[in-house]
Design a protein around this ligand. Structure first.
Ligand SMILES: *[C@@H]1O[C@H](CO)[C@@H](O)[C@H](O)[C@H]1NC(C)=O
Ligand SMILES: *[C@@H]1O[C@H](CO)[C@@H](O)[C@H](O)[C@H]1NC(C)=O
Ligand SMILES: *[C@@H]1O[C@H](CO)[C@@H](O)[C@H](O)[C@H]1NC(C)=O
Length: 321
C-alpha cells in the first residue's frame, strides 16, 4: 500500500546508515552567500499560500534521506531507461512539493549557477518549513552532493517492508545509533503532516485503540469507500503549527495513523513514557528533535567529488563534452 508516512519510511535509511562527512554550515558562504535567504524566502512564500506544503517539504527530505541517503535522488524524474523513485508505490500520490524545489532551484541557478545542490535545497527547505510553522531551528550542515541516478530498486524493495511494527522500527533506529527518545521525536514531524484516507481507513473503522468521537469525526472525511487520496492533517488540533499537540493527541487516543497510536498504548508500552514526556514538555521534544533530525539529515551523504551538483533537480547533468 502506498503511504505518505514518515514512520513506515524511516526504516529504509537503515540500509545506508550514517556517514559523518565533511558538511559545514558555511559551505556556501563564499560560493553563494544568498543561498540560505533565497531558500527561506521561497519556503515562506509557499507556506503562506499553502500551509500544508510545509509538511510536504519536510516529508520530501525524509523520503530523500530514507532511501540511499540524502542525495536528492527522489527528485529525479522517470526517464524511458531509468524509472525514478517518485513513481515507486511508496512515493506516488504521497510525496508533494517538487515544483517548490524547482522554483528554489531556478532562483539559485540565476544567482549562482551550478553551485547549490538539490540535496541541500531539500534539507534547507525542510528546516525552514519547521521554523516557519513555529518549530525549533537548528544549525544546518551543508555540502551534500546530488546522486547521478535514482535508487528505484531499493525504493521498491524497501516499500515491501512497510508493515514494520513499532518494535522493529525502534530496533532499526537503535542499530543506527538513535536513542528511543530521538526516534520518538522524529515521529513528531507528523505534527505538520497529512495522510491520505487510504492509509488510515482501517484504523478509524476497525481499531479499538482510538477515541470513538475522534474516529467518527474522521469518518466524515473518509467514507468506507472513496476519497482514497483525500489528504487529512495528522494533527487535527493544530494542523499547521509545529508543536507538541501531536503527542497530546496520542495521549487522548487521537492518533490518526495506527502506527502513530502504537507509540502510546496507555498500558506501559515501550515508548509510552517518552510520548507522555513530550506531550507535557514541548522544549524537551524540540531539543530531541533537533538532535535527531541533524543526524538524520546526514544519512549517506555524498561529498567531495562524489556525485554532482545538478543544474536541474529533475535530471542528471548531461555528460561533459
Ligand atoms: C494516484 O492518484 C490518482 C488520482 O487520484 C489515481 O488515479 C491513481 O490510481 C493513484 N495511484 C496510486 C498508486 O495510488
Ligand atoms: C471527501 O473529503 C472532503 C474533504 O474532507 C469532504 O468534504 C467530503 O465530504 C468527503 N466525501 C465523502 C463522500 O465523505
Ligand atoms: C523527559 O525527557 C528528558 C530528556 O530525555 C529527561 O531528562 C527527563 O527525565 C524526562 N522526564 C520524564 C518525566 O520522564
Amino acid at each position: 500500500m502506498a503511504s505518505s508516512l514518515l514512520l513506515q519510511l524511516c526504516i529504509i535509511f537503515v540500509v545506508f546508515g550514517l556517514a559523518f562527512a565533511q558538511l559545514s554550515e558555511n559551505y556556501y558562504a563564499k560560493s553563494c552567500p544568498q543561498a540560505k535567504c533565497i531558500i527561506k524566502d521561497e519556503v515562506r512564500k509557499t507556506i503562506k499560500k499553502e500551509p500544508g506544503m510545509g509538511g510536504s517539504l519536510l516529508h520530501l527530505h525524509f523520503h530523500d534521506c530514507g532511501v540511499g541517503g540524502c542525495d536528492g535522488s527522489i527528485l529525479l524524474d522517470d526517464t524511458p531507461k531509468t524509472p525514478g523513485e517518485k513513481s515507486s508505490l511508496i512515493n506516488v500520490n504521497s510525496t508533494w512539493g517538487y515544483e517548490v524545489i524547482d522554483r528554489i532551484k531556478a532562483r539559485l541557478e540565476k544567482t549562482c549557477p551550478g553551485v547549490v545542490s538539490c540535496a541541500d535545497i531539500l534539507a534547507a527547505a525542510a528546516r525552514d518549513s519547521v521554523v516557519t510553522l513555529g518549530g525549533p531551528t537548528w544549525a544546518l550542515p551543508l555540502g551534500r552532493r546530488d546522486s547521478t541516478e535514482p535508487h528505484r530498486m531499493l525504493t521498491d524493495t524497501l516499500g515491501s517492508l512497510f508493515n514494520a511494527n513499532l518494535q522493529a522500527l525502534v530496533m532499526a533506529f537503535k542499530q543506527q545509533g538513535y536513542t528511543m527518545e530521538e526516534f520518538v521525536a522524529l515521529t513528531g514531524s507528523h505534527t505538520i503532516g497529512r495522510a491520505r484516507c487510504l492509509t488510515f481507513r482501517k484504523h478509524i473503522y476497525d481499531d479499538k485503540n482510538i477515541n470513538p468521537a475522534f474516529a467518527k469525526a474522521m469518518q466524515a472525511h473518509c467514507p468506507k469507500v472513496g476519497n482514497d487520496s483525500e489528504r487529512i492533517p495528522i494533527d487535527s488540533t493544530t494542523p499547521y503549527v509545529f508543536d507538541n499537540a501531536y503527542f497530546k493527541n496520542l495521549l487522548q487516543q487521537k492518533g490518526l495513523l495506527a502506527i502513530d497510536q502504537e507509540l502510546y498504548t496507555g498500558k506501559g508500552g515501550i515508548t509510552d513514557a517518552i510520548v507522555a514526556n513530550y506531550s507535557s514538555n514541548q522544549d524537551i521534544f524540540f531539543k530531541q528533535y533537533v538532535t535527531a533530525i541533524t543526524k538524520f539529515g546526514q544519512t549517506g551523504v555524498l561529498t567531495g567529488n562524489k556525485g554532482e551538483v545538478r543544474t536541474n533537480c529533475r535530471k542528471v547533468n548531461a555528460p561533459k563534452a
